[in-house]
Structure formats: structure tokens, C-alpha cells
Design a protein around this ligand. Structure first.
Ligand SMILES: Nc1ncnc2c1ncn2[C@@H]1O[C@H](COP(=O)(O)OP(=O)(O)OP(=O)(O)O)[C@@H](O)[C@H]1O
Length: 505
């Protein structure tokens, strides 16, 4: 395979992207709005530094949060003919690989198994606490307790500290438990896991932090493999991931972070844009601090709409205004329907029209706040003989482990493909969270009413702000046309009338 010349690698970058790619030493922050080409910029920065001989490819690590994003990065690096030694992976798979590699030097026994069934551990922990047999534990409680244990771990909160954190932050434990009771269940979970000689996903990172702290020789070996570290989606880093990042670096300052504070949509799971915002202080002085504000993805009416949604925020000073990198296009369409079924059928009709005009099904996406909204849309597309696939986000952390059979998102599809031919593909019906990082020519965002977006009118301002960012992520997936809608009632029998989402008023 030939190599691409350093200058050719930079050829398709604009001035701001180019200056980010040229800053190959020391701490670099790139704040990029949606569609600003951050993936393009960081992959070309890596390719340029390797091709020009400044970086040793075998010591380059780029981490991101999902298997999908890591695969995408690897594909782009391959396309740029970056030497194989460059690693693009998730935090979890990078840490797991390191731990498996060094384990024989620090421990006699085998490396523990990564648990395949966290719910079983949680159900067992609840059983030890309340005496209800694991199989009879309410599924919702098991899910919520599992999510809270994850949140504690990524937030670096131990069972011992949990009650204090709840008191200080007015946090309510899940499943009707008191803080002290939840702490007991959390302890039981840890005990059950240890007794099975298993670790969970967060333990991989906790273990890596511990090994890097406690075994200086091993730490030196791991750090030698990470000469240049790039962290993508840095607005979604958790305190645990940040801790690991600092342990990987040691005294090394070759760190590049890239992210968008307006796309933080995982705060509920412990992610925080704090580290992106404070990177300048933490790693001062920075070699480069670059803002990419040109959206190359969306036509200007969509960019204008996304700016309006962010502009309505009390935190708008934290977000960067988008500039359109493309010309003008169709205006954003907004519609109100009588019922959810009418909304779904209208979306199917509009997609039929796009297809009749020669469009591809794979260029269309219907985005929903929650998975439950997808059934009616799927039925309507099926009735209209339009092939589709469903994307739902699984637990975002368990999706972060590459090299297992796990998929980034749960995907199912209907069998109508032969109607259109494979080359015309399928319409994507996706939750907004699962569509993060993706782009489609035609996007339909449905259910834009109070209660659905923002999801459940929430009392906490922080939660509502996160919902605004979720909407922003949805809007900025669209390239050419954007269709917004909501239905007044869930069905014709319901008397409760929904109101338009506050974000669109
Ligand atoms: N300099 C450029 N010139 C032309 N097109 C560009 C340029 N930079 C990026 N693009 C295009 O803009 C779109 C978005 O780029 P990319 O997927 O790299 O963005 P991103 O910043 O990672 O997106 P997001 O954060 O919204 O997920 C892509 O279609 C890409 O090809």
C-alpha cells in the first residue's frame, strides 16, 4: 500500500481545520459544532503527523466512546493510508487490552471475566437485601439500580460515600430505596461480582487506574505505548474516564481533545462537559485552542433553526453559534397532527414522495426521543411498503467494548427490501441518542411536544437543558430537509391534549 503525502492529507481542510491538524505537539483543544468535520480533522491530524514522521505510529492512540465511532475512525484512518500501528478504540477496549497484557506480571491468577449479565448480579444483590427471588425482582427496579451503580462508578462515588453525596446534591436513589439502603445493595452487588470472579465494564477502567497508580514499572510500559493521545467526544467524558486519561498521560502533554458542549447528551449517565470547558486551565499552556464553527452538513435554514434552539437557552454562552458551510435550501417544515398514528402515516407518505422522486430510503431517518415512539412509525412504513431498520441505543457503556459480539445499537429491520432493491436501502428509525454522529439527507423528528421532548417535564433545570441539547443533536443530523412534528393526542380516545415543545415556541 502506498502512502499519502503530508500536504495531500491536509488538502481538503479549511483554514481552522488545517491549523488544528498542524498543531501536532502539546495540549490541543478543538471545540467543533455539529457537522464541523471534527472526525475529518482529527483523523487527518493523526495521518499528517504520522506521514510527516513527527509521530511514531505505533505509539498513537485515539479513543472515543462507542464501537461505532471507533470503527468509523479506523475506516477513515485506513482510507488515509495511516500505518496499521495507529490504534483507534473505545476507552474500555483500550484499557481491557492493556490490563490483559500486563496481568501476568502483576497477578498470579487468570484475568477475571467481564460480566455478560449485569442484571443478574443486580437482581442477586437486591435479593440479598429484600429477600425477593432474583427472577421475581421488578425489571424496572433492576434496571434503575444497575444504572445508579454505573453512575456511581463513573462518578467515582463509592458505596460508603453514596449517602453523603445524596444529602449534598439532593439526589434521590432509585426503586424507592433510601440512600443507606441503596449503598447496601451496591455493596452486595460488588460482593456478588467478586464471588463470581467477574468484573463489570466500569471496573475495567477502575482497574486500569489502579494498576497505573500502584505498579510504576507497568505504568511506564503502558505509557510508552501512548506517545500521542486523542480523545474524541470529550464533552461526554466521565470523571472515571478523565481519571484514566490523566493516568495514561502521566507527565506526557501530547493530548488532543475534541468535542462540542452543545452535544452533551449523556449527563444522566455521569458524562460532563466540565473537562472540555476547563481543559485550557488543566493543561495550560495550550499549543492550540481551536473553534470549528462552520457546519458543512446542513443547509442554512437548518443551521438557522439549530441556532435558534440553542439561542433560547439560559446557557447559550456555553455554546458556539453555527455558521453554514453550505448554501441555502428548503425551509424547515413544522406540522401538527391529531394523533400519533396520523403523524406516523403522514411521515410515511412524505417518505414515499421522496422515494417516488428518485430519493433513496437510506437517506431518510425518523428520529424519536424514546424507543416506544417507533412502533407506529414502523407500522406505517410497513403498510406503505417502505423498508426500514430500527436503531435503539443499548446501555451506552456496555456498547463501548470492542471485540465482543455486542453491537453498538440494537438493530432490527423489516423484510420489505426487495420492493425497492438493496441499493435503495432502508429508512432508519432511530432514537436521537443512537443517531448521534450520523447524518441523513432527510430527517423527520417526531413527537416534539412537552412530555416527549423535553421528555417528562422535569423539575431540574439541568435535565431540561440536556433535553434541549438532545433536540439540537437531532436537528443537526439533517443535511437537506428537516421535518418537525408532533401529535395533539396519543390516540382519538385520549382527552389529554399535548402542547408544543417549549424549545420550538
Ligand atoms: N472542509 C470541509 N469541506 C467540505 N466538507 C466538509 C469539510 N469538513 C467536513 N465536511 C463534511 O461535513 C460533514 C460532517 O463532517 P464530520 O462527520 O467529520 O463531522 P463531525 O464534526 O464529526 O459531526 P458531528 O459532531 O455532528 O457528529 C461530512 O459530510 C463531511 O464530509
Amino acid at each position: 500500500m502506498g502512502t499519502t503525502s503530508p500536504e495531500r492529507i491536509l488538502a481538503t481542510l479549511d483554514d481552522a481545520q488545517r491549523s488544528a491538524a498542524l498543531a501536532v505537539d502539546g495540549p490541543v483543544r478543538i471545540i467543533a459544532v455539529a457537522g464541523a468535520g471534527k472526525t475529518r480533522t482529527i483523523t487527518r491530524r493523526i495521518a499528517y503527523a504520522c506521514a510527516s514522521g513527527v509521530w511514531d505510529p505505533t505509539r498513537v492512540l485515539a479513543v472515543t466512546f462507542s464501537v461505532k465511532a471507533a470503527n468509523e475512525m479506523r475506516e477513515r484512518l485506513d482510507a488515509l493510508q495511516v500505518p496499521r500501528g495507529v490504534r483507534a478504540s473505545t476507552f474500555h477496549s483500550a484499557a481491557l487490552r492493556q490490563m490483559r497484557e500486563v496481568w501476568p506480571d502483576i497477578c498470579e491468577g487468570p484475568f477475571p471475566d467481564v460480566t455478560e449479565d449485569k442484571s443478574a448480579l443486580v437482581a442477586q444483590a437486591l435479593y440479598r437485601f429484600n429477600g425477593i427471588r432474583p427472577k421475581e425482582q421488578p425489571k424496572q427496579s433492576v434496571y434503575e439500580v444497575g444504572a445508579e451503580i454505573d453512575w456511581c462508578k463513573v462518578s467515582l462515588i463509592t458505596a460508603k460515600n453514596y449517602a453523603r453525596v445524596c444529602a449534598a446534591t439532593h439526589r434521590t436513589p432509585p426503586a424507592g430505596l433510601e440512600p443507606g439502603q441503596f449503598a447496601t445493595v451496591y455493596e452486595q452487588y460488588e460482593a456478588e461480582k467478586n464471588s463470581r470472579f467477574e468484573i463489570d465494564f466500569n471496573d475495567i477502567l477502575l482497574l486500569a487506574c489502579h494498576v497505573l497508580d500502584a505498579f510504576p514499572d507497568v505504568a511506564k510500559r503502558i505509557r510508552r505505548q501512548i506517545g500521542w493521545l486523542t480523545v474524541d467526544e470529550y464533552q461526554d467524558v466521565s470523571p472515571l474516564q478523565h481519571l484514566l486519561m490523566t493516568r495514561w498521560l502521566g507527565s506526557n502533554r501530547n493530548i488532543c481533545v475534541v468535542g462540542d458542549p452543545a452535544q452533551t447528551i449523556y449527563s444522566f449517565a455521569g458524562a460532563t462537559s466540565y473537562y472540555l470547558e476547563h481543559f485550557g486551565k488543566e493543561f495550560a499552556p495550550l499549543t492550540a485552542d481551536i473553534a470549528l464553527n462552520r457546519d458543512y452538513r446542513s443547509v442554512s435554514p437548518i443551521v438557522g433553526y439549530a441556532n435558534r434552539v440553542l439561542g433560547g437557552s439560559a446557557q447559550r454562552q456555553d455554546y458556539i453559534r453555527l455558521e453554514s458551510g453550505r448554501g441555502t435550501g428548503s425551509r424547515v417544515m413544522s406540522r401538527i397532527y391529531e394523533t400519533d398514528a396520523a403523524e406516523a402515516q403522514a411521515v410515511a407518505r412524505q417518505i414515499s414522495r421522496i422515494l417516488a422522486q428518485g430519493g433513496n430510503a437510506s437517506d431518510c431517518a425518523v428520529l424519536t426521543r424514546v424507543g416506544g415512539q417507533q412502533t407506529l412509525v414502523a407500522q406505517a412504513l410497513k403498510q406503505a411498503n417502505i423498508p426500514y431498520r430500527l436503531r435503539r441505543n443499548m446501555n451506552w457503556q456496555s456498547s463501548a467494548l470492542a471485540g465482543t459480539a455486542r453491537q453498538e445499537t440494537a438493530e432490527t429491520s423489516n423484510a420489505g427490501v426487495e420492493q425497492l432493491g438493496v441499493e435503495k436501502g432502508r429508512v432508519t428509525i432511530s432514537t436521537i441518542h443512537a443517531a448521534k454522529g450520523l447524518e441523513y439527507k432527510h430527517v423527520f423528528v417526531i413527537g416534539l411536544s412537552e412530555g416527549l421532548l423535553p421528555y417528562k417535564p422535569q423539575s431540574d433545570d439541568g435535565d431540561v437543558e440536556e433535553e434541549r441539547r438532545v433536540l439540537y443533536v437531532a436537528l443537526t443530523r439533517a443535511e437537506d430537509t428537516l421535518h418537525l412534528s408532533f401529535a395533539k393526542r396519543s390516540d382519538s380516545q385520549t382527552t389529554y391534549v399535548r402542547r408544543l415543545s417549549r424549545f420550538l415556541q
